[in-house]
Design a protein around this ligand. Structure first.
Ligand code: HEC
Ligand code: HEC
Ligand code: HEC
Ligand code: HEC
Ligand code: HEC
Ligand code: HEC
Ligand code: HEC
Length: 580
């Protein structure tokens, strides 16, 4: 039922009844008051306030994103660390503007000549009949006054073909609205996932390209190309409306949105009814309460708006950093979410279910705190095997503990300069570090996603909080063994020498750190890539930006772009500027 109809109905029922309703609403608001634990405050040693005020804690992988702000006029590529960013030729299709459409990089092509649409179609019905078939079914082929043909999108000159990027689709003659809507997303959204995660994230810089091709697929696509949700060459919006369309990227270990949805009742309602046009009419534009159950798009692209982050409470590092989305400062956003749910549920049902999510995330944070502290203490006490100094250099060419999060963990035992962050390493670290990473990166994110998407079952069971318990047990066990062994060695007089396989090896030699140490002795990646970088937070909520800037000041870090020159290549560059 449409909201305005409901309002009309309510007025028909009468003001008396509404008075009673208003009363109930007040009681309801009290009932959902949030229980507080002080999570990130304690987990990450964040100075100042506990996090039950709902302000975001900043760390996670964000420390590595430093890119050119999109609106500065500078291209998003090359990024700050592009010198070390390794690519495969196939990436050209994923980042077309940078890697295909420029004359310097355009691949050669055996066909010479300039052709008209009919010729493209004639030859390609033989060359690539699948593409021609799809094109013929598309609205583009039927566009008036003239079709949007192969040549419109790819050019007429076969020696200068282009691959249409989002930008190409988003021109004023075509789909400006969707392009600009998508561009309204901030960090963590489809608007910035390519430039940040792809060129600036240590993982993609440190490792050989074949190793991180997956990053390229998921992270370039939604920003650089409209085709991932729209399935070239038919571009039929009814295809984009189906939940599976998000699945290609929103699944797996650290962002199991699909799994959570699919296991929950919403996914079930979807799967059971999706072929029935009376329940899901895919030809219709997205509209409130049009379906029997919600799709991903129904909730995250409400009304067809292309900024998928429009409803997000706050950028939250995949759910790793935000403890309390239910806190009073996010009330407006919480109410907006409830207004999505109340298309089909009562407002109280909606709010209490979302509150359940907050509680589970907080509990997960407490568990992570304990897990993390055990690991940190081992390093501080010098009994971790290996210690950061005994490893092959990390992505920056230094020896920094993988879980050192910026200024929060400035203990000399963690390595690196003040304020510098480590990198969540996948290999070449202690088992405990890896378990810690998985605990927050896999389990905590899943608990959040499970609860957010109505699969409470899984948020608790298997890979939810029970899985997190398992990792905590492992960490405790490993830590106690390490300490017992260290005590024994001390007693017997054995001087522990770390295994050489931590330092070099066929695999390790492929990484950027050893390369820097070998070829640029005494330098770090920051010296070699001195260009300033900063976080693109143009659309971060004002409270978040204000808060983070204040914290940066309190920590005594320099702020702003200028601070980045010279040798202050540290977290200062994370200063957040809100330009509009
Ligand atoms: C005479 C035949 C012929 C005509 C006419 C023709 N093409 Fe092609 N086209 C090819 C062949 C062959 C390839 C495969 C080339 C390759 O893979 O190296 C190709 C490849 C392409 C590609 C993919 C390039 C790549 O790097 O992956 C695009 C896009 C394309 N054509 C668009 C067009 C457009 C647009 C027109 C009309 C303006 C057109 N073609 C006309 C034969 C033709
Ligand atoms: C509305 C724009 C549009 C039209 C019209 C269009 N294409 Fe494409 N085409 C795309 C997009 C988007 C991609 C994917 C680009 C990328 O991956 O970077 C693509 C990719 C391709 C590719 C290379 C990738 C692959 O899957 O092999 C070929 C070949 C191609 N198109 C041929 C054609 C031909 C032939 C026609 C006409 C029958 C045509 N296109 C019409 C938008 C279009
Ligand atoms: C081709 C891959 C891809 C597809 C398809 C895709 N996404 Fe995303 N999405 C991403 C990536 C990558 C990010 C995270 C970017 C980052 O953190 O830098 C993201 C971010 C998001 C966010 C914001 C997350 C945050 O923390 O703020 C939402 C919400 C979202 N996507 C929803 C959707 C929905 C709904 C669909 C389907 C209609 C969809 N996405 C389809 C790759 C994809
Ligand atoms: C995350 C998935 C996703 C991405 C990425 C995406 N779209 Fe869409 N698009 C959708 C969905 C879902 C709809 C259906 C919206 C509706 O029903 O109102 C849609 C609908 C459209 C429509 C039809 C609107 C109408 O009123 O019929 C256009 C045009 C469009 N998208 C263009 C684009 C362009 C241009 C881009 C790239 C800048 C893009 N889309 C990227 C999911 C996506
Ligand atoms: C019933 C509505 C609903 C459906 C359906 C739904 N989500 Fe969500 N989603 C939410 C809510 C609520 C949150 C938590 C938002 C918050 O933290 O404030 C969330 C969180 C997310 C996030 C984290 C980013 C953010 O907004 O904070 C992503 C990414 C995401 N969902 C993707 C998906 C994908 C992909 C699907 C489909 C497989 C999906 N969602 C289906 C409601 C929904
Ligand atoms: C299966 C698709 C997929 C693959 C593969 C993938 N990502 Fe992501 N990534 C996502 C999605 C989706 C999100 C956003 C989830 C959310 O916000 O809830 C994300 C989030 C991120 C973030 C944001 C974390 C933060 O602090 O907010 C970074 C950085 C990132 N990915 C980097 C990478 C790198 C580097 C790789 C390769 C090693 C990679 N991703 C591989 C889909 C993928
Ligand atoms: C388009 C309609 C629709 C929207 C919007 C919607 N839901 Fe649902 N929801 C359903 C249906 C249908 C079911 C399945 C009921 C059943 O099978 O008993 C359901 C089930 C649920 C369940 C499981 C309840 C149970 O009894 O186990 C939860 C939790 C839930 N929804 C939460 C939400 C939240 C939170 C939102 C908003 C973020 C939301 N829903 C938005 C239609 C919707």
């Amino acid at each position: 039922m449409h909201k305005f109809l409901r309002v009309t109905l309510a007025s028909v029922i009468g003001f008396g009844a509404m008075g009673v309703a208003a009363n109930l609403m007040t009681k309801e608001a009290k009932a959902v008051e949030i229980i507080t634990h002080w999570v990130p405050h304690e987990v990450y040693g964040q100075i100042g306030e506990p996090d039950n005020n709902g302000k975001v804690f900043f760390s996670g992988l964000g420390a590595k994103y430093m890119g050119y702000p999109k609106d500065s006029g500078a291209p998003p590529y090359p990024g700050k660390y592009s010198k070390f960013w390794k690519t495969l030729p196939a990436y050209r299709y994923y980042i077309p503007d940078y890697m295909y459409n420029r004359d310097e990089v355009r691949p050669s092509n055996p066909i010479k000549g300039t052709f008209q649409l009919e010729q493209c179609i004639a030859c390609h019905s033989v060359m690539t009949p699948g593409i021609v078939r799809d094109y013929k079914k598309s609205a583009h082929s039927r566009a008036e006054p003239s079709p949007t043909g192969c040549d419109t999108c790819h050019g007429n000159n076969h020696q200068k073909l282009t691959m249409p990027s989002s930008k190409a689709c988003g021109t004023s003659e075509c789909h400006e609205t969707q392009y600009s809507e998508q561009g309204q997303g901030g960090i963590g959204s489809h608007a910035s996932c390519s430039s940040f995660a792809q060129v600036e994230c240590a993982w993609s810089i440190e490792r050989p390209p074949g190793d991180t091709a997956g990053c390229t697929f998921c992270h370039t696509s939604p920003e650089e190309r409209c085709s991932t949700c729209h399935q070239r060459h038919q571009f039929d919006p009814k295809v984009a409306r189906k939940s599976e369309q998000c699945k290609t990227c929103h699944w797996g270990k650290d962002h199991r949105d699909w799994e959570a949805y699919d296991i929950g009742l919403h996914g079930t309602v979807y799967q059971v009814n999706k072929w029935d046009p009376k329940q899901f009419d895919w030809d219709k534009k997205l509209a409130d309460a049009d379906y029997v159950g919600p799709t991903c798009q129904y909730c995250h692209m409400r009304g067809g708006h292309h900024n998928v982050q429009r409803f997000s409470t706050v950028y939250a590092s995949m759910g790793m950093s935000m403890a309390d989305r239910g806190a009073p400062i996010w009330k407006e956003k919480r109410d907006r979410w409830a207004s999505v749910c109340d298309d089909c549920h009562s407002p109280r049902f909606a709010k209490e279910n979302l509150q359940a999510m907050d509680e589970s995330v907080k509990d997960a944070g407490l568990k992570y705190r304990e897990t993390f502290k055990i690991a940190a203490d081992l390093v501080k006490d010098g009994v971790a095997d290996p210690m950061p100094k005994d490893l092959c250099p990390d992505w920056s060419g230094q020896h920094i503990w993988s879980l050192k999060i910026g200024a929060y963990h400035d203990d000399p035992a963690f390595g690196g300069k003040a304020g510098e962050s480590g990198e969540f390493r996948m290999s070449n670290c202690t088992d405990i570090e890896r378990l810690c990473f998985e605990s927050v990166g896999y389990f905590q994110t899943y608990i959040y996603k499970g609860m957010a998407h109505g699969s409470w079952n899984d948020a608790t069971y298997s890979d939810g909080s029970f899985g997190m318990d398992r990792w905590l047990v492992n960490v405790k066990q490993d830590a106690s063994q390490a300490r017992r062994l260290a005590a024994l060695e001390k007693k017997v007089g054995i001087t522990w020498v770390p295994e050489s396989f931590w330092k070099t090896g066929e695999w390790l030699d492929q990484l950027t750190g050893p390369y820097i140490v070998k070829n640029h002795p005494g330098k770090t990646i920051f010296d070699l890539c001195p260009d300033p970088g900063w976080l693109d937070t143009h659309h971060a909520p004002a409270e978040e930006v204000e808060y983070i800037n204040r914290k940066i000041k309190e920590l005594g870090w320099a702020t702003g772009h200028d601070a980045h020159h010279g040798d202050t290549h540290d977290e200062a560059s994370r200063s957040m500027g809100k330009t509009h």
